[in-house]
Every structure is written in C-alpha cells, then in structure tokens.
Ligand binder design. Structure first.
Ligand SMILES: C[S@@+](CC[C@H](N)C(=O)[O-])C[C@H]1O[C@@H](n2cnc3c(N)ncnc32)[C@H](O)[C@@H]1O
Length: 345
C-alpha cells in the first residue's frame, strides 16, 4: 500500500464517509504491518514509525467534520512528503512529534549512563554520553565540525562517530589523551567522518595551523566540560584548570580557553558548558554562575540553563549517612545537580 496516494485519494473526496472509509482501510492495514513503514517518495525510500502513523490516523478517524478531517489529512500528507529542516540540525519540523528522544525541558534526569560500545565509565570526571548526544542531534548536522577542548576520555568524539559529525578534541594530559585515542579507535566509523585528538593546553594551543592542515575553516558546535576547579585534581600540570590557586585564577584560565576557541565558532552557532559548583570552608562557591558570566563577557548569548542530576561518587555514596549528618549539622545541602549552560554566538 502506498500511504501517500491513499491520503491523496481521501483528500480528493467530498464525502466524509468515503474519506473515513479510505482512512480506516489504511489504519487497519497498518495495524498488521511491521514497526517501520517504508514508502516511496520522489524516487527514494522514506521511513516512518508505525505508532506515529497510527496515532495520526486515529485522530483523523475520530474527527467529526469534513473540514477538520481534511485539515488533519493535509497535515499528515505534508509531514510525510515535505522536509522542513532547520539550518543547524536534521530535525524535520513537519514530523516533530517523532523526535521523542530529544529533550526540550530544562531539567535533565538520567537514571544511568550510556555505557554501550566504546563508552566506559572508568575516567573519573567524565560526563555521560547522553549530554553530547543530545546537543549534537539538536545543534549540528552530519558532516559538521565539533570542538571539545577538554576532551578527557573522548566521550564527545565517540558520540561524533556515532552520529556522523566530525570532531576535534584537545586534552592536556598525555596519558589521558592516549587512552582516549584507544577508546575512540574501538568505535566503528560508520559515517566515515574525521576525529582528531590533540595533546596540549587549550588556552594556548594555536588552532589555526591545525585546522588548516585538516582543511577546516570553523566549528559548528563547541562543548566545554572543564574541571570544576579543584574538585578533581586531574594532574599536577600548572596549566591544568584543576590546579588554579583561586576562583579568580580558575576563571581567568577558563576565560583564556574560551577566548582561544571562540573565534573559530561560526556566528549563530551554539556552545554548551557543563559545570558544577563547589563547597569550600563552609561556603557554597557558585562556580557555575561565575562561568556563565565569563561566557557572557566573552560575547556569548545565554539560551538556556539546564539542571542535570549528578551521580555521586562511590566514595560519597558509601558515606551517605556521614554526609547527611554533616549537612544537617553544617546547614548546607548535598550536591545532587550540575549545570549545563547553552549559549549562542
Ligand atoms: C571534566 S574533564 C572532561 C571529561 C570529558 N568530558 C569526558 O567525558 O571524559 C576535564 C578535562 O580537562 C583536562 N584539562 C584541564 N586543563 C586543561 C587545559 N588547560 N587544556 C586542555 N585540557 C585540560 C583535564 O585533564 C580533564 O581530562
């Protein structure tokens, strides 16, 4: 059965009963079909999810007037035959209801990390793959270039490989970069994209010649996951942001990385910063908000503040009771969240 021609034939009728009969026939045929429906359009095969189609057809069948029925039929015809793609992603807005995997709320709660394929949870301080996955799907297209100047274990580049985006990662720590390269090699490159991992200090690395060599002019997405100052000491290297001597120095170092990478992001494109606050000498240090201000000072426009649940470290989980006592006695709350700030250049 060709769904589109059935819809078009229903649209050509002026009798509600006849329209419902044609629509009902499509509905019952689809009920018995398999999960993904393939239909021909302009010489290529298109696919659509069966549950989406059934929901739309059910709504049409339940509609009482011919005008409304035709309105829904027309909408379905358009969603199946016209691609309405934005400039910065591959989301077809005419079929927006099908993108149930894309989060549009500002509260992100993940039960567990995606540990499939090359993703491993063994790098202390890595972020969950769902973070770059969400942003790459929403703010990039296949073939775009992504930069992560705090690449750590390589999570962003692994997601780039999975989703068909090119990516560059920079990591200060040689050992960490080497391990990331190994992980990255374990992930299949089904879209035949390019991923490059450089060892260096993201605040001083000269990107221009590296990009020229790769024949890349600019990036279409930037993702920053810096150390949350000294919460985790990543190395003893003085250029490591986790070795900053004060909040001011941390922000200065972070600002230098932003300043060094900002010129290579295309105007109008997006940047995500993942950061948490810290507690020191009985005081909550709002690192997240300081970093947000630093980004805005550098010229970025704030688009969203996302609160994400925070996985406690095993050490803290084992001392749950002790931390609860400390919180009760000390008048503070235990960290259970971190921030993801979304900016646009
Ligand atoms: C929070 S981790 C990033 C983890 C990463 N998102 C992942 O999923 O594995 C921060 C990383 O930044 C690195 N780093 C710290 N200072 C840096 C600098 N100046 N230049 C480049 N990397 C740096 C650290 O070695 C660490 O691996």
């Amino acid at each position: 059965m060709n769904i589109l021609s059935a819809i078009e034939s229903a649209l050509a009728k002026e009798n509600l009963e006849v329209i419902k009969r044609i629509t009902g026939k499509v509905f019952s045929e689809l009920e018995d079909d398999n999960k993904i429906i393939i239909y021909p359009l302009n010489g290529t095969d298109q696919s659509v999810r069966r549950d989406f189609l059934l929901k739309e057809l059910k709504q049409i069948l339940e509609t009482k007037t011919i005008e409304r029925t035709k309105y829904y039929l027309n909408r379905l015809r358009k969603s199946l035959s016209v691609q309405k793609e934005g400039k910065i992603n591959e989301i077809n807005l005419n079929r927006w209801k099908e993108y149930e995997d894309i989060i549009t709320d500002s509260l992100w709660i993940f039960d567990k990390r995606d540990s499939s394929g090359a993703h491993k949870a063994d790098y202390w301080g890595n972020f969950i793959p769902q973070i770059p996955n969400q942003f790459l799907k929403r703010f990039t297209k296949k073939g775009d270039w992504v930069l992560d100047p705090f690449i750590g274990s390589g999570t962003t580049l692994i997601e780039c490989k999975r989703l068909g985006r090119n990516g560059i990662g920079i990591e200060l720590n040689k050992k960490v970069a080497k391990a990331a390269k190994g992980r990255l090699a374990a992930e299949k490159n089904i879209f035949e994209i390019r991923t490059e991992l450089f060892t260096g200090d993201s605040s001083t690395i000269i990107l221009q010649p590296l990009l020229r060599k790769l024949k890349v002019k600019s990036f279409q997405f930037l993702i920053l996951h810096p150390p949350y100052w000294d919460i985790i000491k990543f190395s003893s290297n003085r250029s490591d942001l986790s070795n900053a001597k004060s909040t001011e120095e941390f922000l200065k170092m972070f600002g230098k990385v932003v300043g060094n990478t900002y010129p290579f992001l295309d105007k109008g494109r997006y940047c995500a910063v993942v950061i948490g606050d810290k507690y020191s000498s009985g005081e909550w240090i709002p690192l997240g908000f300081y970093v947000m201000r630093e980004m805005m000072n550098k010229g970025f426009k704030l688009k969203s503040t996302i609160i994400k649940n925070f996985d406690q470290t095993t050490a803290k989980r084992n001392q749950k009771e002790l931390w609860r006592y400390r919180a009760l006695a000390g008048g503070f709350y235990i960290f259970k969240h971190e921030y993801i700030f979304l900016f646009q250049k």
